[in-house]
Design a protein around this ligand. Structure first.
Ligand SMILES: [Fe+2]
Ligand SMILES: [Fe+2]
Length: 328
């Protein structure tokens, strides 16, 4: 068996591991969440983001079925990463509930609070629908893992693209939405996503910088297999709707998405790739060809909290328990 050379990465893993904690949402005025309006597009994004953050643990299951599980640095990172992502899902869940939206309605405790993990029925149904548990979803990753020595580089670069896309989407939602409490929540989550992105990119750059084979296989995999975060869990129309709402609204969205592509293209071997812009163009073409597709032709209607038929739940108390702010 080959002994892997140590991979030197530009990321302070020790510091990350020591400082990892659930996202600090102190300062969010939960009682004021229903006082500001979210558009239908904002609500769509929040549901998408909530579901995909909560799905991270299943993605982790797939990752650990590959040879990245042999690398203690990566598994240490993943241990904290998946914990932080869980709390991102819960943050979006709490935000939607505070606004007055909970679909499907979840059982409540006698004091009116919602047990954690929340959205138990929603997320279980999502995973059952995807066939989680029958193991079939593992096959491609396991086969791929055995076929390629540099396979870890694909997962690291894939993770970097996902994290960068996610944090840019959160910036785009800040631009699209006027909700001040949502802005606060997104900014806190973005801080975590930046660290996640930094780890994955550093890992990918180190692995690709030392191996032409890794560069080739990563470029091949991204060009042929890459789909946006959430594709597979969400339908093509839902992915298109999110892409068009967040990035297809004009030059600012186009600039944000171009920035993602430029950052990816900066990694050795990925020069000239335009994954995100190509996807957005394809989504806009689908919307133009099929009137009504992805809701792109209609102006997003405003959904007022008071008119959506639900009432806000009690203010979540668990965000007040986070310790002192992290110093990194
Ligand atoms: Fe996240
Ligand atoms: Fe993340």
């Amino acid at each position: 068996m080959l002994v892997a050379r140590p991979t030197i990465i530009e990321f302070d893993l020790d510091r990350y591991l020591r400082n990892s904690k659930k996202v600090d949402l102190r300062g969010i005025d939960w009682g004021a969440v229903p006082d500001h309006v979210l558009s239908d597009g904002d609500v769509m994004c929040l549901h998408y983001m909530m579901d995909i953050e909560a799905h991270t643990v299943i993605y982790l299951r797939d990752l650990l079925a590959t040879r990245v599980a042999a690398d203690p640095q990566i598994t240490a990172f993943l241990s904290c990463w998946v914990y932080e992502e869980l709390w991102h899902g819960e943050a979006f869940s709490d935000f939607l509930r505070a606004y007055g939206i909970e679909v499907p309605a979840e059982p409540k405790l006698p004091d009116g609070s919602t047990p954690i993990p929340t959205r138990h029925n929603r997320w279980r149904d999502l995973r059952v629908r995807l066939g989680v548990g029958n193991g079939l979803g593992l096959l491609p990753t396991m086969l791929g893992s055995m076929a390629a020595r540099d396979f870890a580089a694909i997962h690291m670069m894939w993770g970097a693209v996902n994290e960068l896309t996610t944090l840019t989407a959160y910036h785009a939602l800040i631009r699209r939405s006027d909700h001040p409490e949502l802005h606060k929540l997104l900014r806190r989550v973005i801080r975590d996503e930046r660290r996640h992105f930094a780890f994955y990119r550093a890992q990918a750059k180190a692995r690709m910088g030392r191996s032409r084979a890794a560069q080739h296989i990563v470029r091949w995999a991204l060009s042929r297999l890459w789909t946006p975060v959430g594709a597979g869990v969400k339908t093509e129309e839902e992915v298109d709707a999110l892409a068009i709402y967040l990035f297809g609204d004009g030059p600012e969205g186009r600039e944000q998405i171009g920035e993602i592509d430029r950052t990816i293209a900066d990694v050795p071997g990925l020069e000239g790739l335009m994954l995100l812009e190509d996807y957005l163009d394809a989504a806009l073409e689908r919307a133009a060809a099929r009137p009504g597709w992805a809701g792109a032709a209609t102006t997003p209607a405003v959904t007022a909290a008071h008119t959506n038929g639900h009432s806000p739940s009690p203010i979540p108390a668990h965000w007040a328990a986070v310790g002192s702010a992290r110093d990194d």
